[in-house]
Design a protein around this ligand. Structure first.
Ligand code: NDP
Length: 323
Protein backbone atom coordinates (compact mmCIF):
# COMPACT_ATOMS: atom_id res chain seq x y z
CA UNK A 1 0.00 0.00 0.00
CA UNK A 2 1.15 3.51 -0.71
CA UNK A 3 -0.30 6.97 -0.99
CA UNK A 4 1.46 7.80 -4.26
CA UNK A 5 -0.66 9.53 -6.93
CA UNK A 6 -2.64 7.47 -9.41
CA UNK A 7 -0.39 6.67 -12.41
CA UNK A 8 -1.41 8.49 -15.62
CA UNK A 9 -1.80 5.29 -17.64
CA UNK A 10 -4.67 4.01 -15.46
CA UNK A 11 -7.91 4.48 -17.37
CA UNK A 12 -11.25 5.25 -15.76
CA UNK A 13 -13.17 5.27 -19.03
CA UNK A 14 -15.97 2.74 -18.82
CA UNK A 15 -14.77 1.82 -15.32
CA UNK A 16 -17.13 0.04 -12.93
CA UNK A 17 -18.94 2.64 -10.80
CA UNK A 18 -20.10 1.59 -7.33
CA UNK A 19 -22.24 3.47 -4.88
CA UNK A 20 -20.44 1.84 -1.96
CA UNK A 21 -16.91 0.46 -2.22
CA UNK A 22 -15.59 -1.33 0.87
CA UNK A 23 -11.88 -1.86 1.37
CA UNK A 24 -11.12 -4.83 3.62
CA UNK A 25 -12.84 -8.12 4.33
CA UNK A 26 -12.84 -8.72 8.08
CA UNK A 27 -15.82 -8.46 10.43
CA UNK A 28 -16.10 -4.70 9.79
CA UNK A 29 -15.94 -4.92 5.99
CA UNK A 30 -18.35 -7.84 5.67
CA UNK A 31 -20.84 -6.30 8.10
CA UNK A 32 -20.72 -3.02 6.18
CA UNK A 33 -21.32 -5.09 3.02
CA UNK A 34 -24.29 -6.89 4.58
CA UNK A 35 -25.98 -3.67 5.64
CA UNK A 36 -25.22 -1.83 2.40
CA UNK A 37 -26.49 -4.81 0.38
CA UNK A 38 -29.72 -4.92 2.36
CA UNK A 39 -30.10 -1.19 1.67
CA UNK A 40 -30.01 -2.05 -2.06
CA UNK A 41 -26.70 -0.26 -2.57
CA UNK A 42 -25.02 -3.24 -4.30
CA UNK A 43 -21.69 -2.79 -2.49
CA UNK A 44 -18.41 -4.23 -3.64
CA UNK A 45 -15.82 -5.49 -1.14
CA UNK A 46 -12.14 -5.58 -2.08
CA UNK A 47 -10.56 -8.19 0.16
CA UNK A 48 -6.92 -7.12 0.04
CA UNK A 49 -4.20 -9.68 0.63
CA UNK A 50 -5.73 -11.20 3.75
CA UNK A 51 -9.40 -12.04 3.06
CA UNK A 52 -11.18 -12.57 6.37
CA UNK A 53 -8.65 -10.39 8.20
CA UNK A 54 -7.06 -11.25 11.52
CA UNK A 55 -9.74 -13.78 12.42
CA UNK A 56 -8.38 -16.11 9.77
CA UNK A 57 -5.22 -16.40 11.86
CA UNK A 58 -7.04 -17.40 14.99
CA UNK A 59 -8.68 -20.67 16.06
CA UNK A 60 -11.56 -20.63 18.53
CA UNK A 61 -13.59 -17.46 18.92
CA UNK A 62 -15.55 -17.84 22.13
CA UNK A 63 -16.73 -14.29 22.66
CA UNK A 64 -18.75 -13.55 19.53
CA UNK A 65 -22.39 -13.38 20.64
CA UNK A 66 -24.65 -16.01 19.15
CA UNK A 67 -22.06 -18.76 18.78
CA UNK A 68 -22.90 -20.59 22.00
CA UNK A 69 -20.13 -23.20 21.67
CA UNK A 70 -17.61 -20.89 20.01
CA UNK A 71 -16.60 -20.94 16.35
CA UNK A 72 -13.38 -21.19 14.37
CA UNK A 73 -12.24 -17.73 13.19
CA UNK A 74 -11.95 -18.67 9.48
CA UNK A 75 -15.35 -20.41 9.55
CA UNK A 76 -16.92 -17.34 11.12
CA UNK A 77 -15.52 -15.15 8.36
CA UNK A 78 -16.93 -17.52 5.73
CA UNK A 79 -20.32 -17.12 7.43
CA UNK A 80 -19.99 -13.32 7.39
CA UNK A 81 -19.08 -13.36 3.71
CA UNK A 82 -21.87 -15.77 2.71
CA UNK A 83 -24.44 -13.65 4.53
CA UNK A 84 -23.31 -10.46 2.75
CA UNK A 85 -23.22 -12.22 -0.63
CA UNK A 86 -26.73 -13.64 -0.07
CA UNK A 87 -28.06 -10.07 -0.13
CA UNK A 88 -26.13 -9.04 -3.23
CA UNK A 89 -22.71 -7.87 -2.05
CA UNK A 90 -19.95 -8.49 -4.56
CA UNK A 91 -16.61 -9.74 -3.18
CA UNK A 92 -13.51 -9.13 -5.28
CA UNK A 93 -10.07 -10.58 -4.53
CA UNK A 94 -8.01 -7.49 -5.19
CA UNK A 95 -5.83 -5.01 -3.36
CA UNK A 96 -6.48 -1.29 -3.56
CA UNK A 97 -3.11 0.17 -4.49
CA UNK A 98 -3.95 3.84 -5.16
CA UNK A 99 -6.80 6.19 -4.57
CA UNK A 100 -7.79 9.78 -5.06
CA UNK A 101 -10.28 11.03 -2.51
CA UNK A 102 -10.18 14.62 -3.74
CA UNK A 103 -12.71 14.24 -6.56
CA UNK A 104 -16.23 12.88 -7.07
CA UNK A 105 -16.65 10.10 -7.97
CA UNK A 106 -13.74 8.79 -5.95
CA UNK A 107 -11.07 7.10 -8.04
CA UNK A 108 -9.65 3.80 -6.90
CA UNK A 109 -7.02 1.56 -8.49
CA UNK A 110 -7.10 -2.20 -7.95
CA UNK A 111 -3.87 -4.27 -8.16
CA UNK A 112 -1.93 -1.40 -9.80
CA UNK A 113 -3.95 -1.71 -13.02
CA UNK A 114 -7.74 -1.49 -12.87
CA UNK A 115 -9.52 1.83 -12.38
CA UNK A 116 -12.78 1.75 -10.41
CA UNK A 117 -15.12 4.61 -9.41
CA UNK A 118 -17.08 4.95 -6.18
CA UNK A 119 -19.55 7.42 -4.66
CA UNK A 120 -18.63 6.38 -1.13
CA UNK A 121 -15.70 4.44 0.31
CA UNK A 122 -15.72 2.46 3.55
CA UNK A 123 -12.25 1.81 4.93
CA UNK A 124 -12.14 -1.49 6.84
CA UNK A 125 -8.52 -2.47 6.36
CA UNK A 126 -7.87 -3.64 9.94
CA UNK A 127 -4.49 -3.90 11.59
CA UNK A 128 -1.40 -6.12 11.29
CA UNK A 129 0.85 -7.79 13.83
CA UNK A 130 3.76 -5.76 15.19
CA UNK A 131 7.33 -7.05 15.56
CA UNK A 132 10.10 -6.10 18.01
CA UNK A 133 12.27 -4.73 15.21
CA UNK A 134 15.34 -6.87 15.86
CA UNK A 135 17.57 -7.65 12.89
CA UNK A 136 17.63 -11.40 13.56
CA UNK A 137 13.91 -11.46 14.20
CA UNK A 138 13.44 -10.34 10.61
CA UNK A 139 16.11 -12.67 9.24
CA UNK A 140 14.57 -15.71 10.94
CA UNK A 141 10.96 -14.84 10.13
CA UNK A 142 9.34 -18.04 8.89
CA UNK A 143 12.30 -20.04 10.21
CA UNK A 144 11.22 -20.13 13.82
CA UNK A 145 10.02 -16.55 14.21
CA UNK A 146 6.27 -16.07 13.80
CA UNK A 147 3.51 -13.65 14.77
CA UNK A 148 0.80 -16.24 14.38
CA UNK A 149 0.70 -19.29 16.64
CA UNK A 150 -2.42 -20.60 15.02
CA UNK A 151 -0.74 -20.53 11.61
CA UNK A 152 2.62 -21.96 12.63
CA UNK A 153 2.22 -23.66 16.02
CA UNK A 154 1.77 -27.14 14.60
CA UNK A 155 5.30 -27.03 13.17
CA UNK A 156 6.73 -27.03 16.70
CA UNK A 157 5.81 -30.37 18.28
CA UNK A 158 7.58 -31.53 21.42
CA UNK A 159 9.94 -28.54 21.67
CA UNK A 160 10.30 -25.48 23.91
CA UNK A 161 8.90 -22.19 22.61
CA UNK A 162 8.96 -18.53 23.66
CA UNK A 163 6.17 -15.96 23.34
CA UNK A 164 6.70 -12.24 23.94
CA UNK A 165 3.90 -9.95 25.10
CA UNK A 166 1.52 -9.45 28.00
CA UNK A 167 -1.84 -8.81 26.34
CA UNK A 168 -4.69 -11.11 25.38
CA UNK A 169 -3.00 -12.07 22.14
CA UNK A 170 0.09 -13.30 23.99
CA UNK A 171 -2.12 -15.30 26.38
CA UNK A 172 -4.08 -16.81 23.53
CA UNK A 173 -0.94 -17.65 21.55
CA UNK A 174 0.74 -19.23 24.60
CA UNK A 175 -2.28 -21.35 25.42
CA UNK A 176 -2.62 -22.46 21.82
CA UNK A 177 1.05 -23.41 21.60
CA UNK A 178 0.73 -25.75 24.59
CA UNK A 179 -1.11 -28.12 22.24
CA UNK A 180 2.19 -28.82 20.52
CA UNK A 181 5.11 -27.55 22.61
CA UNK A 182 6.65 -29.31 25.59
CA UNK A 183 7.02 -25.95 27.32
CA UNK A 184 6.06 -22.33 26.59
CA UNK A 185 8.02 -19.45 28.10
CA UNK A 186 5.99 -16.27 28.19
CA UNK A 187 8.29 -13.27 28.30
CA UNK A 188 6.87 -9.98 29.52
CA UNK A 189 8.61 -6.66 30.06
CA UNK A 190 6.71 -5.76 33.24
CA UNK A 191 5.65 -7.51 36.45
CA UNK A 192 1.97 -7.34 35.56
CA UNK A 193 0.04 -8.63 32.56
CA UNK A 194 -2.20 -6.40 30.48
CA UNK A 195 -4.46 -9.29 29.44
CA UNK A 196 -8.02 -9.85 30.71
CA UNK A 197 -8.25 -11.64 34.05
CA UNK A 198 -9.80 -14.80 32.64
CA UNK A 199 -6.97 -15.23 30.12
CA UNK A 200 -4.36 -14.49 32.78
CA UNK A 201 -5.86 -17.15 35.03
CA UNK A 202 -5.81 -19.74 32.25
CA UNK A 203 -2.18 -18.99 31.49
CA UNK A 204 -1.06 -19.00 35.10
CA UNK A 205 -2.86 -22.27 35.79
CA UNK A 206 -1.37 -24.03 32.78
CA UNK A 207 1.34 -26.53 33.73
CA UNK A 208 3.24 -26.06 30.45
CA UNK A 209 3.47 -22.23 30.61
CA UNK A 210 6.07 -20.38 32.63
CA UNK A 211 6.16 -16.57 32.78
CA UNK A 212 9.45 -14.70 32.73
CA UNK A 213 8.72 -11.28 34.25
CA UNK A 214 10.46 -7.92 33.84
CA UNK A 215 12.35 -9.17 30.83
CA UNK A 216 12.89 -8.02 27.26
CA UNK A 217 14.13 -9.97 24.26
CA UNK A 218 17.30 -8.35 22.90
CA UNK A 219 18.18 -10.86 20.18
CA UNK A 220 16.94 -13.94 18.38
CA UNK A 221 19.60 -16.64 18.09
CA UNK A 222 20.23 -19.20 15.36
CA UNK A 223 22.03 -19.50 12.02
CA UNK A 224 19.31 -20.96 9.77
CA UNK A 225 16.62 -21.65 12.34
CA UNK A 226 15.78 -20.26 15.75
CA UNK A 227 17.76 -21.94 18.52
CA UNK A 228 17.12 -19.44 21.29
CA UNK A 229 16.50 -15.89 22.41
CA UNK A 230 18.70 -13.51 24.37
CA UNK A 231 16.97 -11.98 27.38
CA UNK A 232 17.68 -8.99 29.53
CA UNK A 233 16.13 -8.57 32.95
CA UNK A 234 15.15 -4.91 33.17
CA UNK A 235 15.39 -4.75 36.96
CA UNK A 236 19.05 -5.79 37.28
CA UNK A 237 20.17 -5.64 33.61
CA UNK A 238 21.43 -9.24 33.71
CA UNK A 239 21.51 -11.11 30.39
CA UNK A 240 21.00 -14.75 29.59
CA UNK A 241 20.20 -17.00 26.65
CA UNK A 242 17.12 -19.18 26.63
CA UNK A 243 17.10 -22.23 24.33
CA UNK A 244 13.88 -22.41 22.29
CA UNK A 245 13.02 -23.70 18.82
CA UNK A 246 10.39 -21.10 18.07
CA UNK A 247 9.76 -17.46 18.93
CA UNK A 248 6.26 -16.01 18.74
CA UNK A 249 5.79 -12.25 18.76
CA UNK A 250 2.48 -11.07 20.27
CA UNK A 251 2.99 -7.41 21.10
CA UNK A 252 0.04 -5.75 19.43
CA UNK A 253 -0.85 -4.41 16.05
CA UNK A 254 -0.39 -1.53 13.61
CA UNK A 255 -3.39 -0.22 11.66
CA UNK A 256 -3.28 -0.81 7.89
CA UNK A 257 -3.80 2.81 6.97
CA UNK A 258 -0.68 3.82 5.03
CA UNK A 259 -2.69 4.13 1.82
CA UNK A 260 -4.96 6.75 3.35
CA UNK A 261 -2.55 8.88 5.35
CA UNK A 262 -2.21 11.64 2.78
CA UNK A 263 -6.00 12.02 2.66
CA UNK A 264 -7.45 11.08 6.01
CA UNK A 265 -6.73 12.40 9.49
CA UNK A 266 -5.02 9.73 11.59
CA UNK A 267 -3.85 9.73 15.21
CA UNK A 268 -0.21 9.39 16.28
CA UNK A 269 -0.42 5.59 15.96
CA UNK A 270 -1.95 5.75 12.49
CA UNK A 271 -5.56 4.93 13.41
CA UNK A 272 -8.07 6.80 11.24
CA UNK A 273 -9.92 9.51 13.11
CA UNK A 274 -13.69 9.64 12.81
CA UNK A 275 -16.23 12.12 14.04
CA UNK A 276 -17.53 11.23 17.52
CA UNK A 277 -20.45 8.82 17.40
CA UNK A 278 -20.04 8.25 13.69
CA UNK A 279 -17.72 6.62 11.16
CA UNK A 280 -17.37 9.82 9.10
CA UNK A 281 -13.75 10.76 8.34
CA UNK A 282 -12.55 14.25 7.47
CA UNK A 283 -13.52 13.61 3.83
CA UNK A 284 -17.28 13.56 3.07
CA UNK A 285 -18.39 10.19 1.73
CA UNK A 286 -15.40 8.34 3.20
CA UNK A 287 -16.07 6.27 6.30
CA UNK A 288 -13.76 4.20 8.51
CA UNK A 289 -14.59 1.25 10.74
CA UNK A 290 -13.07 -1.73 12.52
CA UNK A 291 -9.47 -1.99 13.71
CA UNK A 292 -8.24 0.61 11.21
CA UNK A 293 -10.17 3.17 13.24
CA UNK A 294 -10.58 1.62 16.71
CA UNK A 295 -7.53 1.21 18.91
CA UNK A 296 -9.50 0.81 22.10
CA UNK A 297 -11.85 -2.16 21.78
CA UNK A 298 -10.47 -4.08 18.76
CA UNK A 299 -12.92 -6.95 19.02
CA UNK A 300 -14.67 -8.82 16.22
CA UNK A 301 -18.02 -7.75 17.61
CA UNK A 302 -17.07 -4.07 17.89
CA UNK A 303 -15.56 -4.16 14.40
CA UNK A 304 -18.83 -5.62 13.12
CA UNK A 305 -20.72 -2.90 14.99
CA UNK A 306 -18.75 -0.08 13.44
CA UNK A 307 -19.04 -1.79 10.03
CA UNK A 308 -22.81 -1.57 10.42
CA UNK A 309 -22.48 2.10 11.38
CA UNK A 310 -20.33 2.83 8.32
CA UNK A 311 -22.89 1.29 5.96
CA UNK A 312 -25.70 3.29 7.56
CA UNK A 313 -23.61 6.48 7.41
CA UNK A 314 -22.86 5.82 3.72
CA UNK A 315 -26.54 5.19 3.02
CA UNK A 316 -27.52 8.48 4.69
CA UNK A 317 -24.80 10.35 2.84
CA UNK A 318 -26.03 9.02 -0.51
CA UNK A 319 -29.66 9.73 0.36
CA UNK A 320 -28.84 13.31 1.41
CA UNK A 321 -26.88 13.88 -1.77
CA UNK A 322 -29.67 12.45 -3.95
CA UNK A 323 -32.40 14.38 -2.13
P1 NDP B 1 -2.12 -5.23 23.54
O1 NDP B 1 -1.79 -3.88 23.05
O2 NDP B 1 -3.27 -5.41 24.45
O3 NDP B 1 -0.86 -5.85 24.29
C1 NDP B 1 0.42 -5.80 23.75
C2 NDP B 1 1.38 -6.39 24.75
O4 NDP B 1 2.68 -6.42 24.16
C3 NDP B 1 1.46 -5.58 26.03
O5 NDP B 1 1.53 -6.44 27.14
C4 NDP B 1 2.75 -4.80 25.85
O6 NDP B 1 3.45 -4.58 27.05
C5 NDP B 1 3.58 -5.72 25.01
N1 NDP B 1 4.53 -4.98 24.15
C6 NDP B 1 4.26 -3.99 23.28
N2 NDP B 1 5.37 -3.57 22.66
C7 NDP B 1 6.38 -4.33 23.15
C8 NDP B 1 7.76 -4.38 22.93
N3 NDP B 1 8.34 -3.60 22.03
N4 NDP B 1 8.49 -5.27 23.63
C9 NDP B 1 7.90 -6.10 24.54
N5 NDP B 1 6.59 -6.10 24.79
C10 NDP B 1 5.83 -5.23 24.12
O7 NDP B 1 -2.26 -6.12 22.22
P2 NDP B 1 -2.97 -7.51 21.99
O8 NDP B 1 -2.67 -7.85 20.59
O9 NDP B 1 -2.61 -8.49 23.03
O10 NDP B 1 -4.52 -7.20 22.16
C11 NDP B 1 -5.12 -6.17 21.40
C12 NDP B 1 -6.61 -6.08 21.74
O11 NDP B 1 -7.30 -7.24 21.27
C13 NDP B 1 -6.87 -5.99 23.23
O12 NDP B 1 -7.96 -5.14 23.44
C14 NDP B 1 -7.23 -7.40 23.59
O13 NDP B 1 -8.05 -7.47 24.73
C15 NDP B 1 -7.95 -7.88 22.34
N6 NDP B 1 -7.85 -9.34 22.18
C16 NDP B 1 -8.86 -10.11 22.66
C17 NDP B 1 -8.82 -11.47 22.54
C18 NDP B 1 -9.94 -12.27 23.09
O14 NDP B 1 -10.76 -11.72 23.82
N7 NDP B 1 -10.05 -13.55 22.77
C19 NDP B 1 -7.69 -12.16 21.89
C20 NDP B 1 -6.66 -11.26 21.44
C21 NDP B 1 -6.76 -9.91 21.57
P3 NDP B 1 2.88 -3.59 28.18
O15 NDP B 1 1.75 -4.34 28.83
O16 NDP B 1 4.04 -3.40 29.07
O17 NDP B 1 2.45 -2.36 27.47
Amino acid sequence: MSSIPIPHDISFEGAAHHRVLIIGAGPAGYTAALYAARANLAPVVYTGLEPGGQLTTTTDVENYPGYVDGVLGPAMMEDFKAQAVRFGAEVEYGEITHLDLSQRPIKVVVDEETGVLADTVIVATGASARYLGLENEKRLLGRGVSACATCDGAFFRGVDLAVVGGGDTAMEESLFLTRFASRVWLIHRRDELRASKIMQQRVMAHPKIEIIWNTVVTDVLGADEVTGVRLRNVTDNSERDLAVSGFFVAIGHTPNTALFKSWLDVDEQGYIETRSGSTQTNIPGVFACGDAQDHVYRQAVTAAGTGCMAAMDAERFLAARAG
